[in-house]
Design a protein around this ligand. Structure first.
Ligand SMILES: [Zn+2]
Ligand SMILES: [Zn+2]
Length: 210
């Protein structure tokens, strides 16, 4: 299940494997209480909290959600690509770029994501694709057996992520999308970091940046 969370409408997703209740949370960017309520309601055992990147609107709920998991007795790994750790550490400044009050990055990143790493939950496997360009450590997450891709702020429906913030690189984001995302199955559903879902096929056909 995916839903937009404050303050910038980041798409947060909760993926639960029903046989084991093992769960992955993607981008708890805010509204931690709502995320926690959903996790509690479904009896989720959160194995991984993963971040597509370290922009503040994708990490603001991380500490509260991770604390909830700890208090529930689940050893949840908090995951990010090391390329984005410098951005994560300047979370208070990032908030300032958008005129928001500063928030410290309180939660320790306990698991550094690697390109091509596989995170398993129940019978499913989530494949980590390092797709730099929006930020140096931006990652996309693919669950091939379900035909789903979480593209973070790398690929949007009809657009791509901005590359004018610190660490952004236009040529790199285009290369990441073409080499790593456009090679996925055409029917793959793309759940971006913001906005409407799309499909690889539709982006190949109509995305003006590709
Ligand atoms: Zn971003
Ligand atoms: Zn974002």
């Amino acid at each position: 299940m995916s839903f937009a969370v404050a303050p910038l409408g980041c798409n947060c997703s909760i993926l639960r494997e029903t046989a084991t209740n093992e769960t992955i949370v993607v981008d708890p960017g805010g509204d931690a209480d709502r995320i926690i309520d959903l996790l509690t309601e479904k009896g989720c055992k959160v194995k991984y909290i993963v971040h597509t990147h370290a922009h503040f609107d994708h990490v603001l709920g991380t500490h509260e959600v991770a604390s909830h998991c700890r208090n529930s007795g689940h050893a949840s790994a908090v995951c990010m690509h090391p390329g984005d750790l410098p951005l994560y550490r300047i979370l208070p400044q990032q908030c300032g770029w958008f005129g928001l009050p500063p928030v410290e990055a309180k939660e320790e990143i306990s698991h550094r994501l690697e390109d091509d790493e596989v995170l398993s939950f129940g019978r499913f496997k989530m494949h980590v694709l390092h797709t730099p360009g929006h930020t140096p450590g931006s990652c996309s997450f693919s669950i091939a057996e379900r035909g789903i891709l979480f593209s973070g702020d790398t690929l949007f429906a009809g657009s791509i992520g901005r590359t004018d913030l610190p660490g952004g690189d236009y040529d790199q984001i285009i290369k990441s999308i073409k080499d790593r995302l456009m090679v996925l199955d055409d029917g793959t559903t793309v759940i971006p970091g913001h906005g409407e879902f799309t499909r690889i096929f539709d982006e190949k056909r109509t995305n003006p940046f590709l």
